[in-house]
Design a protein around this ligand. Structure first.
Ligand code: FDA
Length: 498
């Protein structure tokens, strides 16, 4: 309690009583719990046994952030910055030492400049709000970020950010052209002032090691006025294994305009009502159904797609479609509230097609679990044209596809069983995925890969740092040493200063 009082006194001395009670919330405030829980996307971290922040600050201006950093330092409180709260391991709102959350919920303006085909987006905006704002201005512009509309721009952009048009345009972070960050000394820096190495680091290296990124300037991309989507599913009995094997070879080589990902789960629709694996092939084509039909028939005829499998729509409708919403309800994109389940996820990258025997073993693993969900995302296209060192995100040329494994953890009592299963699955996949290092996607944060100890050291951090960043890890530690040598911005997987 003393720490939060000290913080509030410090805040009050600079900003006065009114502002302090409007933007700082300690455990005794009735707003504290609803605010804390409002953007917890993994219900695993809602539990009362998870450590809670001493204070939550919801800055309304950059000055409030500067003061919050100062007062945190003075009171030895660690800082966690939260934008959309979608971190898989809850790192934006959980810490095991006394801490403050700087929650950017009030800093979410979006300013679009159609002449320049660019936009400034504050970190507290969601990607849904961004998509909505773009569609409001233009039917032929879009932005290549992820599918889930409630994700925060802050975490998503700083860790990479891929979605249905990334084979054509690259990651969200590949399309950032300027940014605004508040550093450990409270200085507000744009691209010129922060320098190219820090600007490089925050486009894929994760924001939490470097400062509070308050806004991003992005380049909008041009999308056609008509796009086409499709979604077909096949069970094991319907030949899913051979189709998946063909997909592994075909999907990464398709034209960049065509994104064809695969979602795999289990259902009770197998022979005699038994359990089976169901493989869904879901696509987005930046063009018309008429042009897509010959493309699919020539490259992947086994899927047997006909004209009636395709639905034409606008790009913004495809955003709704992939987020699982009705395509005519644009306002859904502005909704920030969200349901959350308790889950664990892990990721991999694949460089050689998995042989049939490997796939059969994988399906057998899935049949052991109630609600496994695997998403296979094809790479290639623009992703292969960007060099591995262009940004900290190293998963470029040579990757056929990425995998996300996830499982619903159910109740607290059931969770260990499901965690055991997903870790075994990860072990099973080792022979078939990238090696030395086995690579992972930072935005699919996985603390199983390793965590910083109290006293951070480079060797420990390498265990996960090389997986997320490969050869870029070293450079990230150098940038960290320059901009935050005292390691103020830290968490379980932040970059240690070299
Ligand atoms: P959150 O606020 O939890 O922050 C994540 C991390 O970034 C934390 O370490 C936090 O401290 C730091 N951070 C946040 N804002 C910051 C700021 N302003 N300055 C400095 N550091 C900051 N990914 C993807 O690429 N494509 C996809 O389609 C999806 N889909 C998806 C669906 C669902 C349901 C979930 C839960 C997640 C995804 N993701 C994803 C993963 C997503 O990209 C990842 O969780 C992002 O980090 C989320 O960003 P938030 O701002 O919401 O998270």
């Amino acid at each position: 309690a003393r720490l939060d009082q000290g913080f509030r006194q410090c805040f009050q001395a600079i900003l006065g009583n009114n502002t302090t009670s409007e933007v700082t919330f300690s455990k005794s405030s009735s707003s504290y719990e609803p605010l804390l829980n409002s953007s917890i996307r993994n219900a695993r971290f809602l539990s009362s046994s998870v450590p809670k922040p001493d204070l939550i600050v919801t800055p309304q201006s950059l000055f409030h952030i500067q003061v919050a950093l100062l007062c945190s330092k003075e009171n030895n409180l660690e800082v966690r910055v939260r934008s959309g709260g979608h971190d898989y391991e809850g790192l934006s709102y959980v810490s095991h030492v006394p801490f403050v959350i700087i929650d950017l919920i009030n800093l979410r303006s979006i300013t679009i400049n159609m002449d320049e085909e660019s936009a400034w987006v504050q970190s507290g905006a969601t990607v849904g709000e961004l998509y909505y704002a773009i569609a409001h201005k233009s039917k032929v512009h879009g932005f290549p970020a992820g599918s889930c509309s409630t994700m925060g721009v802050g975490g998503h952009f700083s860790g990479g950010g891929f979605g249905t048009i990334f084979r054509k345009y690259g990651l969200a972070s590949d399309n950032v052209i300027d940014a605004q960050i508040i550093d450990v000394n409270g200085k507000i820096l744009n691209r010129t002032l922060m320098g190219e190495d820090l600007f490089w680091a925050i486009r894929g290296g994760g924001g939490s090691s470097f400062g509070v990124i308050t806004a991003w300037k992005i380049k909008l991309v041009r999308v056609p006025s008509t796009v086409t989507v499709f979604d077909v599913s096949r069970s094991l009995e319907q030949g899913a294994t051979d189709l998946f094997h063909k997909w592994e070879i075909v999907a990464p080589k398709l034209p960049a305009e065509l994104f064809l990902h695969v979602v795999v789960g289990v259902s009770n629709s197998g022979s005699q009502g038994g359990k089976t694996v169901v493989v869904s092939f879901t696509g987005l084509y930046l063009g018309t159904a008429q042009n897509l039909l010959p493309l699919m028939q020539n490259s992947f005829s086994e899927l047997g797609l006909q004209r009636n499998n395709f639905t034409q729509m606008t790009w913004i409708q495809s955003v709704l479609y992939f987020a699982g919403h009705s395509i005519n309800e644009l306002e859904v994109l502005l909704r920030r509230n969200q349901t959350s389940s308790s889950f664990k996820a892990k990721s991999d990258f694949v460089k050689e097609p998995i042989p049939l025997v490997g796939l059969e073993g994988l399906w057998n693993m899935l049949l052991l679990e109630n609600s496994p969900l695997l998403i296979f995302t094809p790479y290639g296209g623009k992703m292969s044209e960007i060099s591995e060192s262009e940004t900290p995100f190293p998963h470029r040329k040579g990757n056929l596809y990425g995998i996300q494994y996830s499982v619903n953890l159910g109740s607290k009592e059931e969770a260990p069983k499901h965690l055991y299963w997903i870790r075994r699955l990860y072990e099973y996949m080792a022979p078939y995925v990238s090696k030395l290092p086995r690579q992972s996607y930072l935005n699919y944060r996985d603390l199983d890969l390793g965590v910083n100890q109290r006293k951070m050291d480079y060797e420990t951090a390498k265990s996960w740092g090389l997986k997320y960043f490969n050869k870029n890890f070293e450079r990230l530690t150098q940038v960290k040493a320059r901009v935050d040598p005292g390691n103020f911005f830290r968490d379980e997987q932040s970059i240690p200063p070299l």
